[in-house]
Design a protein around this ligand. Structure first.
Ligand code: C2O
Ligand code: CU
Ligand code: CU
Length: 460
């Protein structure tokens, strides 16, 4: 019997998930049934990150890395999500254009999913690329403890890569004994956030991936960290950027260094060395220094035939009508002095503002006003202005921005859902407000979003 698509993608997902670094026993991965393509269960689950220690992680399907969800462009994917955490949660599909009811933001798009409850996410991704999923509740803790995973939308017409590696970058907040260190402190939230001490790729330090000599490799980097910026570099081997933040670029360009803020992705294509036993070392640049992130190593097999790097098909992102666009200003500011108390008398740090408003949080029946209300179908240009001395990866749910210009660098127009604003940078992005709903709009440095740098826009 031929494999149905369901078996196919379920199988791929499980195959990748089983490469978990944890040596601990795991139940069989529920990989979908006749009703759902995937079953994703969030639950507390001890994992072994630092060898010989146990980390009290919260995971999807009892291990890390999380299952790789593989959907196909233009085809519906259904995911049965089961909350087995001791607290409410939701799942957000970062970067995917989908109906508001599937966006996974508590109160704004759905009631929080209570412990023991299930929720079915079902959507048809219009764009192919590298995206990710994460809760949108108590994010510092839920993401910090490990609830982050890749969702890959495969191109409607298959591409010709020999290897396709989703690679999640995360600095875990670990003490030496594997226990969690604090995810935040007010002092750090007021600055660049609290970096975790244990840097990893898919939950491993300096992993080595074997690839066939001469193979065409697609590296899908995802910055799923709460805080840390990564600057990718492959200094000793030719590599091309083929997609940025889930969106293919028209002309692949050589990778020199590329900075990724939290939430951002980068797809790199390269041809592995033709000799067996060769390595390609992938680095993270910090200042002037390069640090080893991971290594590709060629196996002993004979080299594959000749391979070529070609551009990926572009995504069907609606073309903004720049001529008739309405311009809106968003100023991201530092309001260090405010630490008001909330209704319960608890001190609530609010360090950051968007257009002079700090996000006050929401609850059932208490949803703050939107930062802006847009007309359905119209083009908008958002002028994003960072007047703080720190950088901010600014993210809008539900839409794909066309990046037009920056006051600090020349930009070749590209598409993204997350723009990394450097200090004092102003960037203009355009998009067609073609999807009705209330869409979150925030900095993806989680400590910034938790201390004010968040809001939403309404499209109707
Ligand atoms: Cu990764 Cu509100 O998003
Ligand atoms: Cu998002
Ligand atoms: Cu920020």
């Amino acid at each position: 019997m031929p494999l149905s698509r369901r078996d196919f993608i379920g199988g791929l997902g499980s195959g990748l998930a089983l490469t978990a670094c944890s040596g601990l026993p795991r139940i069989s991965l529920e990989q979908g049934n006749s009703q759902y393509d995937y079953i994703l269960t969030a639950e507390p689950s001890p994992i072994e990150l630092i060898p010989g220690t146990t980390t009290p992680a919260w995971t999807f399907n009892q291990g890390f890395p999380s299952p790789v969800i593989r959907a196909r462009q233009g085809q519906e994917v259904s995911i049965l999500f089961r909350n087995r955490l001791p607290e409410p949660t939701t799942i957000h599909w970062h970067g995917i254009r989908l109906p508001i009811a599937m966006d996974g933001v508590p109160f704004l798009t759905q009631p929080p999913i209570q412990p023991g409850e299930d929720f079915v996410y079902r959507f048809t991704p219009p764009d192919a690329g590298t995206f990710w999923y994460h809760p949108h509740v108590n994010s510092l803790v839920q993401l910090g403890r490990g609830l982050v995973g890749p969702i890959i939308v495969e191109e409607a017409t298959p591409t010709n890569f020999d290897e396709d590696l989703p690679l999640m970058l995360k600095n875990w907040h670990l003490n030496e004994d594997g226990s969690f260190a604090p995810f935040t402190s007010p002092r750090a939230a007021f600055r660049m956030g609290t970096p975790g001490a244990w840097e990893s790729v898919n939950g491993q330090q300096n992993p080595v991936h074997n690839v066939a000599p001469g193979s065409l490799v697609r590296l899908r980097f995802l910055n799923v960290d709460n805080t840390v910026m990564y600057t990718l570099a492959i200094p000793d081997h030719p590599a091309w950027i083929v997609a940025v933040d889930g969106n293919p670029i028209a002309n692949p360009r050589p990778l020199t260094q590329h900075e990724m803020g939290p939430g951002m992705r980068l797809d790199i294509a390269l041809i592995a060395p033709h000799e067996p036993g060769q390595s390609v070392s992938i680095k993270n640049a910090k200042g002037r220094f390069l640090f080893e992130l991971m290594t590709l190593k060629t196996t002993a097999e004979p080299a594959l035939g000749s391979r070529e790097i070609s551009p990926l098909p572009l995504n069907p992102v609606p073309e903004p009508d720049i001529e008739n666009a309405e311009k809106l200003n968003f100023v991201f500011e530092w309001e260090g002095a405010i630490t008001p108390t909330d209704k319960a008398g608890k001190s609530n740090h609010q360090f950051w503002t968007i257009n002079r408003r700090a996000w006050e949080g929401m609850s059932n029946g208490n949803i703050p006003a939107p930062l802006a209300t847009l007309d359905l179908g119209k083009t908008y240009i958002f002028r994003l202005k960072n007047v703080t001395p720190h950088s901010h990866p600014i993210h809008l749910h539900g839409f794909t921005w066309t990046v037009l210009r920056s006051n600090q660098k020349t930009i070749e127009t590209y598409h993204t859902d997350t723009v990394l604003l450097q200090k004092n940078e102003m960037v203009e992005v355009a998009f067609v407000a073609d999807n009705p709903g209330r869409w979150m709009y925030h900095c993806h440095v989680i400590e910034h979003m938790k201390t004010g740098l968040m809001g939403y826009i309404t499209v109707r």
